[in-house]
Design a binder for this molecule. Structure first.
Ligand code: ATP
Ligand code: MG
Length: 209
């Protein structure tokens, strides 16, 4: 179980190009205006180890099997939780994370077909049971998201996966949200950046420590 902490842990989830980074930046600006101590981080990454793991995971020239792929994400996550997220939450800060454990369940579980019980067990160990207080799921047709992401330039390893894979990932995210509706704010990511930012700020503000 998640031990109580005085901070607030918010994760952003959704398919490629859904607008996670855009909304995370907007939320950070609101937290800044509000004078709320906060920390932005991302998965994979967020620590020196995580950054190296990220380079491996996104390398379009590497072929990585589903289980080692999941274990690499978990390694990055474990380091991030213990070195960055837990300490910030213990200081009472708001931690905003670009992707977290739900991405593993959606991508490696629903997408790649690894057994969900195994993923949950290893994730429990990697995070010591730390679950976000709020998860913003930006839901989007993957064809639209990949098209948005493609305009940024060369596709990474995951953006190159086929559309069916990304459709399973989307369904996986929606299934997770149905299972734990109290934690999730599911938003239609085709809405305007401003409208989405407004709803996300309202949900975050209502939970501020
Ligand atoms: N609500 C929106 N409507 C239309 N376009 C948007 C919206 N939000 C973001 N975009 C655009 O879509 C592209 C992808 O946005 P962003 O990088 O924030 O997505 P992401 O979910 O972080 O993607 P990735 O999974 O690749 O990190 C950007 O060009 C951004 O400007
Ligand atoms: Mg992003």
């Amino acid at each position: 179980m998640t031990p109580l902490h005085p901070g607030l842990f918010i994760s952003f989830e959704g398919p490629e190009g859904a607008g996670k980074s855009t909304q995370l930046t907007r939320l950070a600006a609101r937290l800044q205006e509000h004078g709320t101590p906060h920390q932005l981080t991302r998965e994979p990454g967020g620590t020196p180890l995580g950054s190296r793991v990220r380079d491996v995971l996104l390398d379009p020239d590497l072929s990585i099997d589903p289980l080692p792929e999941f274990l690499l994400y978990s390694a990055s996550r474990a380091q991030l939780v213990s070195n960055v997220i837990r300490p910030a939450l213990a200081r009472g800060e708001v931690v905003v994370c670009d992707r977290y454990a739900d991405s593993s369940l959606a991508y490696q579980g629903a997408g790649r077909g690894l057994p969900v019980n195994l993923l949950r067990e290893i994730t429990l160990a990697a995070t010591d049971g730390l679950t976000p207080d709020l998860t913003v799921l930006l839901d989007l047709d993957p064809a639209v998201g990949l098209d948005r992401a493609a305009r940024r330039g060369q596709p990474d390893r995951l953006e190159r996966a086929d559309l069916d894979f990304h459709r399973r990932v989307r369904a996986g995210f929606l299934h997770l949200a149905e299972q734990t509706p109290a934690r999730f704010l599911v938003l239609d990511a085709t809405r305007s950046v401003d409208a989405l930012a407004g709803e996300i700020w309202a949900a975050a503000a209502a939970r501020l420590p």
